[in-house]
Design a protein around this ligand. Structure first.
Ligand SMILES: [Zn+2]
Length: 257
């Protein structure tokens, strides 16, 4: 059984068959799934889903794309939700200089504010990071006092060299469908240098559908395809990776039952 540590089951692409997908998670080998918010609305919806289904948990937070909408009331709202046993992390938060949908300065400010929030709630953070590797390193270095409860780079696609520099923050790395893509050469360099105790798996569904289902909607059940690819890259048995990734997920997300 696997844990999909990052999915967006609140996405409208699941409107037709959401309940069906959730009720068939177990028979598809998914023991738990973490539904991740990216703004106030999606965090609220993720929370509601997690409250409704035993096998779902959630993360609440504001994505870098939506940083310009983030305010004090959102922080208060996330704080209130986080008292619940189903909220396992603050996320996804981070920096995205590829799309630049919010001003970079605002992205940085909102990211640090949410690091502080997570620390005050004793929760780990789920980090989205794209094309902002130096700034991320700089912000984490300057705010290392907020990193007492763990951090996860979700769908990490940076270089091995950068990953090594991040090691000083003792992060976890989650890999999903993108490691199965033909152009994903980076993972042959990145995966082998990461400690097995720090590797997790995810889908980011409905996005990043793995090979051979590209073009279709991604679903939590495809988590296994990322594990199979990692097993091939690392030359480690699939079952061994599944086992360690579940232990790792529970070590990082301490509220996950
Ligand atoms: Zn996501």
């Amino acid at each position: 059984m696997l844990i999909d540590t990052h999915c967006h089951l609140t996405d409208e692409r699941f409107d037709e068959d959401r309940e069906e997908i959730i009720s068939s998670l177990f028979q598809n080998g998914i023991e738990r799934a973490i539904v991740v918010g990216y703004d106030r609305q999606s965090s609220s919806e993720s929370f509601k889903l997690a409250k409704k289904h035993e096998n779902l948990y959630c993360a609440v937070g504001t994505h870098p794309h939506d940083s310009n909408k983030y305010g004090v009331s959102d922080a208060e709202y996330y704080k209130e939700l986080s008292n619940d046993e189903k909220v396992v992390a603050i996320g996804e938060i981070g920096l995205d200089y590829f799309y630049d949908l919010s001003e970079r300065e605002i992205q940085r400010k909102v990211f640090v504010e949410q690091l502080e929030l997570a620390d005050s709630l004793k929760l780990p953070v789920i980090i989205h990071l794209r094309d902002a590797y130096e700034d991320m390193f700089d912000l984490l270095s300057r705010n290392v006092h907020y990193l007492n409860h763990g951090l996860l780079f979700h769908c990490y696609s940076g270089s091995a060299e950068m990953a090594k520099r991040y090691f000083k923050f003792d992060p976890y790395f989650a890999f999903g469908g993108s490691i199965t893509f033909k152009n994903a050469k980076f993972c042959y360099e990145v995966l082998p240098i990461i400690d097995k105790d720090r590797i997790l798996f995810e889908t980011d569904s409905p996005y990043l559908t793995p090979v051979p289902f590209r073009g279709k909607r991604n679903e939590p059940k495809f988590t296994r395809l990322a594990v199979e690819k990692a097993s091939e890259i690392l030359n480690v048995e699939v079952d061994e990776l599944i086992k360690s990734s579940i232990i790792n997920a529970r070590r990082l997300f301490t509220k996950l039952k």
